[in-house]
Write a protein that binds this ligand. Structure first.
Ligand code: 13P
Ligand code: SF4
Length: 331
């Protein structure tokens, strides 16, 4: 039977998983899912992880086809790293408000104001922006990437202002210019909510993604002694999973997109993980539904294309990113 002949896939349980895996086998495809995907997508994927781990898996994949359950810049990054493979995303309209916060033209104009500066772009950027970039990073390795650049060199860090502020704080460098972009989901997780939740549960640990608007407040709570410093952890989604496996805390307040709770609860079922903001759900990540994944595997939709010239220009920056930093972050 050809992939297109499989019909009426159930979307939960063992039958659904079997259908997806059978369709993937027929297409010689590997299914990757970001930690913010719907739980049913995470459960059926061959690999679940953070942006860095999934980029590394895509770069090393043996399969002919990579089905990326995530947002468009992630699938584009996979295509840049694996240009000879077919890369599919179940819905090409799954964008990212952070990636949309800077265009290649804006970056060129910024570079013209700072000749000689090294451009460090978060992986949440379009292929056109990556083509203007010296080195990419993710939230897992942003600090290491910046530390790999000689301290006297000026840096343009983009597009996330909160991650940029975190990198500035940790590295102590004052020659980092930060673009004022933000992710609307993470920016909405604010300091007031975090403070109220932390005060109501003084023994809880805080896992905070550096894209969050509350990252500074979390560190302020630690500095002011409201929460012991060792209980405040600024982490990528993959870093949160490592920390979940090691935590001795009974409860953890999680400041990131709510899809993350699924992997955290799987990793440490005895811990009470609670969202700082239950409404922090990424509408783009949630566009990837079980039905669209099945259609993608059956029909080969939506194929991701990156202009070969742009891909060639961005590849070195992305390859430097996957070579730097922690090797974990996914399963
Ligand atoms: P990480 O998985 O790299 O922590 O990134 C989070 C994110 O915002 C992806 O959109
Ligand atoms: Fe983009 Fe924010 Fe959604 Fe991540 S959570 S994909 S940064 S909009």
């Amino acid at each position: 039977m050809s992939p297109t002949q499989v019909v009426d896939a159930p979307t939960t349980g063992a039958d659904w998983a079997e259908q997806v895996h059978e369709l993937a086998r027929r297409r010689n495809a590997v299914v990757l899912a970001h930690n913010y995907q719907l739980p049913e997508i995470q459960d059926v994927a061959h690999h679940v992880g953070d942006s860095l781990a999934l980029s590394r898996i895509a770069a090393a994949a043996d399969a002919e086809t990579i089905v990326f359950c995530g947002v468009h810049f992630m699938a584009e990054t996979a295509k840049i790293l694996a240009p000879d493979k077919t890369v599919l995303i179940p819905d090409a309209a799954a964008g990212c408000s952070l990636a949309d916060s800077i265009t290649a033209d804006e970056l060129r104009a910024w570079k013209a104001e700072h000749p000689g500066a090294v451009v460090v772009s978060y992986v949440n950027t379009t292929a056109a922006v990556k083509a203007e970039t010296d080195v990419c990073c993710t939230s897992s390795n942003a600090v290491e990437v910046v530390e790999s650049i000689p301290s006297e060199m000026e840096i343009l860090f983009l597009p996330d202002q909160f991650l940029g502020a975190h990198v500035r704080r940790v590295t102590g460098r004052d020659n980092i210019h930060v673009w004022a972009g933000e992710c609307h989901v993470h920016a909405g997780i604010n300091g007031a909510e975090l403070t109220a939740k932390a005060e109501a549960d003084p023994d809880a640990e805080l896992f905070v993604h550096p894209e969050c608007g509350c990252a500074t407040s979390a560190l302020y709570l630690a500095t002011a002694g409201a929460v012991p410093a060792e209980r405040v952890k600024i982490l990528s989604t993959g870093g949160m999973l490592d920390a979940a496996r090691e935590t001795g805390a009974k409860s953890v307040l999680v400041a990131t997109e709510v899809g993350m709770l699924h992997q955290l609860r799987r990793a440490a079922p005895e811990v009470d993980f609670r969202a700082v903001n239950e409404r922090a759900s990424c509408p783009y990540m949630k566009m990837i539904t079980p039905e669209k994944l099945v259609r993608s595997l059956r029909e080969g939709t939506d194929e991701v294309h990156v202009d070969p010239e742009l891909a060639a220009r961005g590849r070195e920056a992305v390859q430097r990113m996957i070579a730097i930093g922690r090797p974990g972050g996914g399963e």
